[in-house]
Design a protein around this ligand. Structure first.
Ligand code: NIG
Ligand code: FE
Length: 414
């Protein structure tokens, strides 16, 4: 039993579809809110008095967590990470600060290629240990579910190795890890002059095997000038869909290339990044209900202009937020910091960024029925913050406000 939160943000009634437009501010707050949990599932979420009345005598046996004065929200959901990799790239940070661009570094063999060779060389245990450390940091920031992409293997063997580590983390760690295959993350150097041969390999060799092993749910591609063209991306995402992998796309991150339009055309689950998305692309995403997963930390860290979150919310696109946690363009695990950047750099309101980091993020990984809101029947994933109201979370920026994290009804951070 969690008792007497100053504000309990429930977001109830949003399990069927992500929230859009004005609805993104409808947090459904209960004051003096309590949550009754049984066997890892939320049974009641209401005002303290009402919950106590319904619980009756059972309260005596309950483990009680006092949330007086605190904010309780659904456990935060991060729908876009590159969690599983080895090594790091501080050297590139310095190069960028001295004037090199992210793409220049990648084209010279660094960037994704550098992490790919580190990840190929590392054995499973090392990758597991390094990734588990990041997962531990995620949960201390209030995150209870993360999506994790492969894409630092770039051969069938090493892509499977990454996906197996993700599965093992999912089993071993309280945080749920949802896997995405991203064999089309970069064109390996050996295929530089014949990228279509690599695309064929992703389609003919990797996707069928990943699907056969049921080791990923989604299929993602880095659609960007100099990486994969919209045409190649379409082929890869359609091939994935034939094998039951749902499409996601890294779209319009560095240059506009019609990624948002492609996401809408394919009915992708989400289109992510979108810094350079066109008006037309945004309109079509709204029509098709494609979730925009915005990554303000990446723009911040690459010293670029953020995606226009305000415009997307106003256009009726369901917006979610994420860290993009990865070793090059966004080495962070702080979803609360992304929420702050969502306000300051993308013009979203504190209520909108909270929706974007809970229920809309859950929908971006097809988990809207399980997580992302506090209502009976959902997993008891909750975060308790040491602030008295939801606005305070973004207002008092850069500080650590997480008090307690509950995953599947168990206290995992206190
Ligand atoms: O989402 N844009 C492509 N992929 C990642 C970066 C990966 C890396 O730099 O290692 C991203 O920004
Ligand atoms: Fe990414």
């Amino acid at each position: 039993l969690i008792r007497q939160a100053r504000q309990l943000v429930t977001l109830k009634g949003s399990s069927d579809a992500p929230l859009r437009g004005k609805d993104m501010e409808a947090l459904q707050i209960v004051e003096d809110g309590s949550v009754w949990i049984e066997e890892g599932i939320i049974r009641l979420a209401d005002q303290d008095e009402a919950v106590l009345r319904q619980v009756g005598d059972r309260v005596r046996e309950a483990e009680v967590i006092d949330a007086t004065g605190c904010l309780v929200t659904p456990g935060l959901v991060d729908p876009h990470t590159h969690l599983v990799f080895a090594g790091s790239r501080e050297n590139e940070f310095e190069m960028r600060l001295k004037g090199s661009t992210y793409m220049e570094i990648m084209n010279a063999g660094g960037g994704i290629h550098a992490t790919t060779s580190a990840t190929q060389k590392a054995d499973r245990d090392q990758i597991f240990r390094e990734s588990r450390k990041r997962l531990n940091q995620f949960v201390t920031h209030g995150v209870t579910t993360v999506e994790a992409k492969s894409g630092y293997g770039l051969t069938l063997e090493h892509e499977l190795k990454q996906l197996e580590v993700a599965k093992e983390l999912d089993r071993d760690h309280p945080v749920d890890v949802i896997s995405t295959f991203m064999g089309a993350h970069a064109v390996p150097a050996a295929y530089k002059d014949r990228p279509d041969d690599f695309v064929d390999q992703v389609i003919e060799e990797m996707i069928p095997e990943v699907a056969r092993r049921k080791i990923a749910e989604f299929n993602d591609v880095f659609c960007e000038r100099g990486v994969f063209t919209p045409e190649q991306s379409r082929r890869i995402l359609e091939a994935g869909r034939k094998h039951g992998l749902l499409p996601k796309i890294h779209a319009d991150e560095i240059e506009p290339c019609g990624g948002a339009e492609l996401a809408a055309e394919l009915g992708a689950v989400s289109a992510d990044h979108l810094l350079q998305a066109s008006e037309e692309g945004i309109q079509r995403m709204a029509e098709k209900g494609v979730v925009a997963v915005l990554l303000p930390g990446t723009a911040f860290f690459l010293m670029a202009e953020s995606a226009d979150g305000r415009k997307m919310v106003d256009a009726g696109v369901p917006v979610a937020l994420s860290t993009d946690c990865n070793p090059g363009s966004s080495p962070t695990v702080s979803l609360p910091l992304m929420m702050n950047l969502g306000c300051l750099k993308m013009g979203m309101t504190p209520a909108e960024v909270l929706t974007a980091s809970t229920i809309n993020a859950a929908h971006a990984i097809r988990r809207g029925h399980e997580i992302g809101s506090v209502e009976p029947g959902k997993k008891a994933d909750l975060t308790i913050f040491d602030v008295s109201n939801y606005m305070s979370l973004q207002y008092r920026y850069g500080s650590h406000h997480v008090n307690t994290v509950i995953k599947n009804g168990q206290v995992v951070v206190r």
